[in-house]
Design a protein. Structure first.
Length: 276
């Protein structure tokens, strides 16, 4: 049962976070948001990374009127800034370059760890799933996100230093929300490499890790060019299959209410494209 970071009975919040970048964080946010909406859930993807990669993948402009200061002030509801995407049941709260200084903005607030939770609360009956694509790092924003979410999802590339970063994230989460579920998964996996195969064997005994692992794939790399989630553009690709399996594990952990919308089969009509 999720800890439900202070949100209502319906909405579940997933934070995709990590101490370091370049681990496939945004790719999983973009694809899981698509899969959640296709599964029938009303879904919001909030791009908290000032680089705006998730925003770009959904063909939106990384700019919000008033920027981080206005959003975090909370004088207007988040629905003021949310935009529709081209996909049914999937909305986007775009990134903004001003989020580069969001730690400073939050640091000036009396209760910075409560800000994200307070902003999300009015959306409780609007969305079933909220996915937060966090910027790399373990600062004040991540602290506020951890206070608001029901599950922390952590991509880990198959390298010892990346696992060490996971330990840092785990410690960070445990200090702020004891008992908060954290689900890690191997990302950018290339089983042709000995080290990667060794890491797969190593994490099998680590209960923090999901059964699913996302392989390195040109389909994921093309998302920035095509501006389409891999699970739509190449639904039979090995990475897309892995994202679907990962979503199934996430969905199970969130203990969601039954979806209210009809399910969309993203694989319908897909050709057996290469697993590259």
């Amino acid at each position: 049962m999720p800890s439900n970071g202070g949100q209502g009975a319906w909405m579940r919040v997933v934070a995709i976070a990590g101490a370091k970048g370049g681990v496939g964080k945004t790719a999983v946010a973009v694809n899981l948001a698509m899969l959640a909406s296709a599964a029938g859930y009303r879904t919001l993807l909030w791009d908290l990374d000032p680089q705006g990669a998730a925003t770009h993948c959904y063909r939106a402009r990384a700019r919000v009127k008033g920027g981080a200061v206005r959003i975090l002030a909370g004088k207007r509801g988040l629905d003021t800034y949310i935009r529709n995407t081209d996909h049914v049941r999937l909305d986007l709260l775009p990134a903004d370059p001003s989020f580069r200084v969001v730690d400073t903005v939050l640091g000036s607030r009396r209760w910075p760890d409560r800000v994200i939770r307070k902003l999300l609360r009015p959306l409780d009956r609007t969305y079933d799933v909220v996915i937060l694509d966090c910027a790399p790092g373990l600062g004040i924003v991540t602290e506020s996100v951890v206070a608001a979410c029901d599950l922390v999802l952590a991509p880990v590339v198959p390298a010892p230093l990346s696992v060490r970063s996971l330990d840092q994230l785990q410690e960070f989460v445990d200090e702020r929300r004891p008992g908060m579920p954290l689900l890690a998964f191997l990302s950018m996996l290339d089983e042709r490499k000995v080290l990667h195969r060794q890491m797969v064997a190593q994490v099998r005994s680590d209960p923090r890790f999901a059964l699913s692992a996302v392989p390195v794939s040109s389909a994921v790399e093309r998302m920035g060019l095509e501006q389409i989630p891999a699970v739509m553009a190449s639904p039979l690709n090995l990475a897309a299959v892995a994202y679907r399996r990962l979503w199934a594990e996430v969905e199970d952990r969130l203990d969601l209410e039954a979806p209210r919308g009809s399910v969309i089969d993203l694989t319908a009509g897909a050709s057996a494209d290469a697993a590259s």
